[in-house]
Design a protein around this ligand. Structure first.
Ligand code: 0L1
Ligand code: MG
Length: 255
């Protein structure tokens, strides 16, 4: 059995070099959820050691659609670093990924820290802006298959994200239509309400889960609320666009 640092190196290398690896839980590396978060911390520390820095967190499994697609039903979180951000309208290269998928999300930009148990109203006071966003998830596990500790150890499949224009959070974003298109053809249609009934709940949950881990959400950070619909596999040459009602759009292309 490898120790937690060795497992962290194993998942970090898989992400760094875009290599598929066998599921930890299927190869004698069964972790508790607590150990899995420690592996995540150690593996992202390896990114920091290479000069990256944390710019936020992402929530996972905050919608029924995502839970059903992956067969898991507990909320999880992962760490976003600066090099994961792809500019709006930018391009990604498939060879940097194992088997990437994309999903429509809402992003929050914070203007003050949030820590532990906060009310939705308190969370809202820390929101500088919101934006339509796309998360590119890329489980490093073969066949995109994992159990909860596996995916947590793998930084919850985070690999890249694209954020559209930030808008003031003074619009009602409880139930806004979200249409994700590939080459102009809608592939996923949903609503911001699919995210825990209101995306702000994902921010409240992020403050709680990160707080339980001994940390806090920092001013200036981006918090990704989680996929509102199932994710779609990316293929070479595709142009992806998310149009979010009253919020604007965000797009990128695959080389
Ligand atoms: O937004 C999400 O729900 C992402 C979950 C991450 C796990 C995955 O689906 O690979
Ligand atoms: Mg996501």
């Amino acid at each position: 059995m490898m120790n937690l640092s060795e497992i962290a190196e194993f998942v970090d290398d898989a992400s760094r070099y875009a290599n598929a690896i066998p599921q930890l839980s299927e190869t004698g590396k069964d972790l508790t959820l607590e150990q899995a978060y420690e592996v995540q911390r150690l593996s992202v520390q390896r990114r920091y050691d290479r000069g990256q820095h944390q710019v936020g967190v992402k929530m996972g499994f905050t919608s029924r659609a995502k839970m059903i697609q992956m067969g898991l039903d507990e909320m999880i979180w992962g760490r976003l670093t600066d090099t994961m951000l792809v500019e709006d309208g930018g391009e990604i290269d498939l060879s940097d990924f194992v088997h990437p998928r994309v999903e429509p999300e809402i992003a929050f930009l914070l203007n003050k820290p949030l820590e532990g148990l906060v009310s939705p109203a308190q969370a809202m006071l820390a929101v500088e802006a919101i934006a339509p966003a796309l998360e590119i998830i890329d489980s490093r596990y073969e066949n995109f298959k994992f159990n909860l500790p596996d995916v947590v150890a793998d930084n919850t499949s985070t690999s890249a994200y694209v954020v559209g224009p930030w808008v003031k959070p003074d619009i009602d974003f409880t139930n806004l239509g979200m249409v994700m298109s590939f080459d102009g053809r809608p592939v996923q249609i949903g609503s911001s309400a699919a995210i825990l009934g209101h995306p702000l709940r994902a921010l409240v949950a992020a403050a709680k889960l990160v707080g339980e881990d001994g940390g806090r959400l920092e001013a200036g950070w981006t918090v990704m609320a989680g996929g509102a619909t199932a994710a779609e596999a990316l293929t070479s040459g595709v142009h992806v666009r998310l149009e979010a009602q009253n919020m604007g759009s965000v797009n990128f292309s695959v080389k």
